[in-house]
Design a protein around this ligand. Structure first.
Ligand code: ADP
Length: 551
């Protein structure tokens, strides 16, 4: 803007200067011409008077440097002339000033040289004797004058230009400086040109609108962030070129991306399923798919975003379904295992019954068969009971009543109930420790202690030992069941809490195991926020420890 003002001032000043110079020269020249004519008239007046008095002698003494004076008779013949020999001069009757003088008594005319560099101004007047006196003077034309003035004019123009540069630079800076000093943060509170007041008011109003809009946008963004950041689900927004526009931290966590590289969302995850779902959604279709990533299972839901019937991006939600997928798998496996476990005793029962049904079986065999049928049905009953227990604990929708339970007293009861089986193997069960009360569900805790103690006896050696130890320290209550049994090989120790897992299937069956005892014990521990662990050495014995938080 400063430059524009600066250039305009220079242009205007120079134009005004040049035009003025031309006009002033023209006016002066015009005035000068009028002046010359007056002088010619005056000169003609007194020369005419002299001629009328003294005759043409006047011409003899006349200096050639003065204006040219010519005396012409009424026929146009030159009688006398101060410049040329009259013999050489032609008839002057057709000259314009002579014609005008004959018609009006006096006349003027101007004639230019061929090159237009000079002009001659003529004034003719009729004297009392009828002769015509003509006075003329030769001058430079305006063109010649201007040409002659060019050099000084250029000097003047250069000086004027330099001055204009300085002055206009200062003026333009002065004009612009108040505008430059406008405080944009407070447009209405500025001491600046009056003409700018409406403009500044408009800026102030717009500033208010923009601040309000920014504030609203900021608030909306914050709300959006608050919502998405509190989501467990991953949230991604992409454009039609797969570029990531927005995301929440859950998305990064689920996709195991530590930092976000700007650019394509495909750099966050390169699995086939992820790629597929992005391609499908950007083709304009809603897509839903399950994705396996490392040891996690995700459900991906992608919705296209349309604008004017054109897909301009997509919103992708990532839901972690690892736990439910795992439960689903477990349930499927459990159902298959249950069917298998139930089938074995039922097949045996059905086989014995089939052999006996036609009545040809000898009575002593019938006794054996009946015993087998009884044993298998007992196995079935224990199996079904254990399945019911584990399902109850699994479902977690059964409301159990919690109460203070003395683990010492409960363990003592369990040991008493297990007396027949411990006596059978001559296993000594010792209860060590003092009364310790925890808050829990008696029925579940009973089941847990029973199953572990039962195992400690079942998998013990003849004349072995079982110690049930209760101790409490650091706000923790420990229940340790230690036996001197066959032990569990190290690689199997982590699996014994799995449903239907048995180290030695034949042995477990022989001792009436269902493969669910420790699974029930683990669920019971989880129900009480307790930790269960195993430590075992083959042929030396096994120690199962449950650590409760004291309440
Ligand atoms: P089961 O009904 O077969 O005993 P559990 O779930 O109670 O099923 O135990 C799983 C497996 O762990 C058992 O089959 C057994 O092989 C092993 N086991 C459990 N407790 C002991 C123990 N105290 N000593 C040795 N092996 C054990």
């Amino acid at each position: 803007m400063t430059n524009k003002i600066y250039r305009s001032i220079i242009l205007t000043s120079m134009s005004v200067l040049i035009i003025s110079l031309i006009f002033i020269t023209g006016i002066i020249f015009d005035l000068f011409e009028g002046q010359i004519l007056n002088e010619l008239k005056n000169e003609a007046k007194y020369i005419g008077y002299t001629i009328e008095q003294d005759g043409t002698d006047f011409f003899k003494n006349f200096s050639k440097n003065n204006n040219r004076i010519t005396l012409i008779d009424p026929n146009g013949t030159v009688i006398a002339d101060t410049v040329a020999d009259t013999e050489t001069l032609d008839n002057h009757l057709n000259r314009k000033e002579i014609q005008l003088a004959i018609e009006n008594g006096s006349g003027t005319s101007i004639r230019y040289s061929d090159t237009f560099t000079e002009k001659t101004v003529y004034y003719a007047t009729v004297l009392s004797d009828g002769t015509i006196l003509r006075v003329s003077t030769t001058q430079y034309t305006i063109i010649t004058v201007l040409l002659g003035l060019i050099q000084p004019l250029i000097v003047i123009l250069i000086i004027a230009l330099i001055l204009t540069f300085f002055i206009s630079s200062k003026i333009s800076k002065n004009i612009i400086s108040p505008i430059n000093n406008i405080n944009p943060d407070d447009p209405e509170n500025n001491n600046v040109y009056e003409e700018l007041a409406p403009f500044l008011s408009k800026i102030a109003a717009q500033k208010k609108t923009i601040s309000k809009q920014l504030e609203d946008a900021y608030q909306m963004q914050n709300e959006f962030k608050l919502i998405t950041e509190n989501m467990n689900e991953g949230f991604l927004i992409i454009d039609e070129k797969t570029n990531l526009l927005s995301y929440n931290s859950a998305a990064l966590k689920l996709l195991k991306a530590e930092t976000v590289k700007t650019g394509s969302v495909l750099t966050l995850n390169r699995t086939h399923n992820f790629r597929n779902i992005i391609n499908t959604v950007l083709a304009g279709e809603r897509a839903e798919s399950r994705m396996q990533y490392d040891d996690m299972t995700y459900n991906l839901i992608a919705n296209p975003v349309y604008k004017n019937d054109r897909v301009i991006g997509a919103v992708i939600i990532i839901i972690d379904i690892t736990e439910s997928a795992r439960r689903e798998d477990m349930r499927r496996e459990f159902t298959a295992n249950v069917s298998h476990e139930l089938k074995t005793p039922l097949t045996s029962i059905s086989g014995f019954a089939e052999l006996m049904k036609d009545g040809n079986t000898p009575p002593e065999t019938v006794v054996d068969f009946s015993k087998s049928i009884y044993d298998e049905s007992q196995r079935l009953i224990s199996l079904v009971n254990d399945i019911i227990k584990i399902s109850e604990l699994d479902e977690r929708n059964i409301k159990y009543t919690s109460e203070p339970v003395d683990l010492y007293e409960l363990s003592s009861e369990v040991i008493k109930r297990l007396k027949p089986s411990s006596e059978k193997k001559n296993v000594t069960v010792n209860l060590i420790g003092d009364s310790v009360v925890i808050y829990g569900v008696r029925k579940i805790l009973d089941e847990m202690i029973y199953n572990i103690c039962d195992n400690a006896i079942k998998y013990n050696k003849q004349d072995g030992n079982v110690d049930v130890i209760l101790s409490s320290a650091d706000n923790k209550v420990k229940l340790t069941i230690r036996d001197t049994g066959i032990g569990i090989p190290y690689p199997e120790q982590s699996r014994i809490f799995e449903r239907f897992y048995r180290v030695d299937k034949g042995r477990s069956k022989a001792v009436g195991g269902t493969g669910l005892g420790l699974s029930i014990a683990k669920h019971a521990a989880i129900y009480h926020n307790a930790e269960i662990s195993v430590d075992s050495i083959v042929d030396k014995g096994t120690t199962i420890t449950i650590t409760f938080n004291k309440n």
